[in-house]
Design a protein around this ligand. Structure first.
Ligand code: URA
Length: 275
């Protein structure tokens, strides 16, 4: 690509970004014989990348690590800090107790148990699903039904056990008849997930399915666009793949999911090496 064309394209994308339009760079760096865009994924990920924007732009609203006070970093995203609910807990046990008593949305009326999360509090990788299903609601644990059994196999395929990762959901209560989570429910539950991630501080996040990716990244784009790129939640790289339930419905997607998971594993290994 000629340098002036490339610079023009960059200036155009930068103007779009400054005006609040989200821009995902898909740079054909390899074919142009140039190094990949800065802050892209580690070596060996030959896929489209969304390089990390400056930290203050990575997400509209961040939570301060020191004071647990929400700080707003963008005029365009999220409600004003004063409106955001701060669960306040400093460890997973206290946070789980708060969640178990939560009545922030209507789902509390239909739940048997809240489903907070499971796995290692010291996990370097967190897998995030959509919401508890029937089995999860009964047991109070994430991904224990059929989709959960497949998730366990998916983890094993990239060398993880359930005990060494952390698994949770966007919603902590089951929606009636497993319907899609609603925006207000996701908004009500978001501070809990944000706090979980602040406490665990994983090196990598893997979003399972469109709803999880949307809840986490606030990107309404389709899953096929979100996959195969590295996104960021605050400073944490996020890989996106299919929900295990989608793989149960359509086993042809398993090959793509396998590639996504390998990317997540490589991101994990790369970040661990850097620490
Ligand atoms: N599907 C999810 O998204 N989460 C679970 O915990 C179970 C099924």
């Amino acid at each position: 690509m000629a340098a002036d064309v490339r610079d023009g394209a960059r200036r155009y994308l930068e103007r779009r970004r400054m005006s609040g339009v989200e821009v995902v760079y898909r740079v054909a760096a390899e074919s142009a014989g140039e190094p990949a865009a800065p802050a892209g994924p580690p070596d060996g990920i030959p896929v489209a990348t969304s390089p990390a924007p400056p930290a203050e732009e990575r997400r509209g609203v961040r939570f301060s690590r020191d004071r647990h006070v929400p700080v707003q970093s963008s005029l365009f995203a999220g409600p004003a800090p004063a409106e955001r609910f701060d669960p306040g807990a400093n460890d997973l046990g206290s946070l789980e107790r708060l969640v178990s008593a939560c009545r922030r949305c209507g789902l509390c009326d239909g739940r048997t148990r809240t489903v907070f999360g499971s796995g290692s509090p010291a996990a370097k990788i967190v897998f995030i699903g959509e919401a508890p299903g029937r089995e999860e609601d009964l047991q109070g644990l994430p991904f224990v039904g059929r989709a959960g059994q497949l998730l366990t196999k998916m983890l094993a395929a990239i060398g993880f056990t359930r005990e060494e990762v952390y698994i949770t959901n966007i919603l902590k209560c089951r929606p009636p008849n497993n319907r899609d989570p609603q925006e207000d429910e996701m908004g009500a539950c978001e501070p809990y997930l944000a706090r979980q991630l602040e406490i665990i501080r994983p090196a990598v996040i893997c979003a399972l399915g469109r709803v999880a990716a949307h809840g986490l990244l606030k990107k309404g784009t389709s899953l096929s666009f979100l996959r195969r790129a590295v996104h960021y939640y605050n400073d944490i790289p996020v890989a996106v793949t299919y929900h295990p339930a989608a793989l149960l419905r359509n086993p042809n997607l398993k090959r793509d999911a396998w590639e996504d998971l390998q990317m997540a594993r490589r991101l994990h290994d790369e970040r661990i090496r850097e620490e």
